[in-house]
Every structure is written in C-alpha cells, then in structure tokens.
Design a protein around this ligand. Structure first.
Ligand code: SF4
Ligand code: SF4
Ligand code: SF4
Length: 214
C-alpha cells in the first residue's frame, strides 16, 4: 500500500508564507586548511557570529509533511526572534558552536541554507536548512512558481563543460532542479540556479564554480 504524500496546498502557502516572509539561499564556500577540512560558510557564519542570541527548534515543515528523513535540527532563530521563541518555550537557546555544527550536518545532507526576513522587517531573523520535498518556501517557488518568495543569491553556478564527466552527482545535490542528466549528458539551466553552492564540492571533476550573478 502506498502512503499518501502530504504536501502544502496553494491556499496554505498563500495564507501563511507567500508575501509574509522572503528567503534567500546562502551560498556555501568550502576551503581546505592543512589536512583538516574547514567549512567556511561565508555569509552564514558571519550572520551567526554577529548574533547576540541563537535559538534552535525542530524543522516544522519536515515534521508536518514528512516526505524525507533529512536532519531536523537546522532551524535557527536569530536575536529578537530567538529570544521570543525561547521565552515562549518553542525553541531552546544554543551556542554558536552548536549552531555551526548543525549547519555542517545539514550541509552534508544536501540541504539549502536559507536566510529569512519577515513582513515589515529588514534584518535576517531566521536561518533554515531546507529540502525541496517538505519546505514551504521551496514548495511555493518550485511547485507554484512564486518567484518573488525565494530570492536568488548574488552568485550563480558556472559550468565547465570540458571537465564534466556526466556522473550525475550534482543532479541529486540540486534542490532547485537546475540540473538533469539525459542519455549521459548533463544539462544545466543557469536561469533555474539559485546560487546555493551545494553542487560544487561534491563534483569529482571540479567542473562547477560559483560566480557573481552580475
Ligand atoms: S523552512 Fe526549511 S528548515 Fe525551516 S521548517 Fe521549513 S523545511 Fe524546515
Ligand atoms: S557532478 Fe560534476 S562531473 Fe558529475 S555531472 Fe555534475 S558537473 Fe559533471
Ligand atoms: S546548480 Fe548548484 S548552485 Fe545552482 S541551485 Fe543547483 S545546487 Fe545550487
């Protein structure tokens, strides 16, 4: 017996998320220092390092929709929102070290780190680690085409066709469906790329780089 696949409806997304919050994928940037693999999350790390309070709670989308078994601990509140969630008992306070550990774990699982701002505010108040099968933001953008709900990052992937061995690894890493493999040929549609960087370090041929979108 196949289990019924749960999902967000267009009505739910319009009522709770679209127009009320916007998300931007935070690109990953990985460097090697000596023999130790250091993950430098660039912008994400800067946001967390400058936060006065960080909260952590369970991923509400995966809990509700349950289409995958990806890590559940990548939802982090920042500053005022973190304090509010902790006070309400909806999240626990965590250290910067624990926050970075959670971000490393979710990065390894291939989740997209998204920075959220909410209606009427400019500053980033929430960081999520999102999959395309459960996340309300990616559902809104990918299934229903609300393009202004998830903004692209300032970077975009650049493909070196000569180096590509058509192994297909990057197809699985891309949550935005910018990559497909047909008859052993990789097709990369740059217009669909949100610049998250998840495909880069797992490419065995080093055929992908992130470049400035402008
Ligand atoms: S936005 Fe992403 S990380 Fe946040 S609750 Fe939804 S799927 Fe989970
Ligand atoms: S992971 Fe690299 S080598 Fe493999 S298909 Fe993608 S770009 Fe090509
Ligand atoms: S192509 Fe690479 S950088 Fe672009 S959205 Fe997909 S995984 Fe992210």
């Amino acid at each position: 017996m196949t289990q019924e696949k749960k999902d967000w409806t267009r009505e739910e997304l319009e009522e709770h998320t679209v127009g009320k919050m916007t998300a931007v994928p935070i690109p990953v940037n990985i460097t090697m220092i000596g023999t130790q693999r250091i993950l430098n999350f660039g912008e994400l790390e800067d946001i967390l390092r400058s936060a006065t309070t960080i909260s952590q709670e369970e991923c509400g989308c995966r809990k509700r929709v349950g289409n995958c078994i990806d890590p559940m601990d990548g939802c982090l509140g920042i500053n005022d929102l973190a304090n509010e969630l902790i006070e309400k008992g909806e999240a626990k306070q965590i250290t910067l070290e624990k926050a970075l550990e959670a971000m490393n774990r979710t990065y390894d699982a291939g989740l997209v780190h998204m920075a959220y701002t909410f209606e009427g505010k400019d500053e980033i108040e929430y960081i999520c680690s999102c999959c395309s099968c459960c996340c309300h933001s990616l559902s809104a953008a990918l299934r229903f085409g609300y393009k202004n709900h998830v903004f692209s990052s300032k970077y975009v992937a650049n493909q070196d066709g000569d180096k590509c061995a058509s192994c297909g690894t990057c197809v699985d890493r891309c949550q935005f469906k910018a990559r497909t493999l047909t008859d052993d040929n990789l097709e990369f549609i740059q217009e669909k790329c949100f610049g998250c960087g998840l495909c880069i370090d797992t490419c065995p041929e080093e055929a992908i780089s992130l470049v400035d979108r402008s």
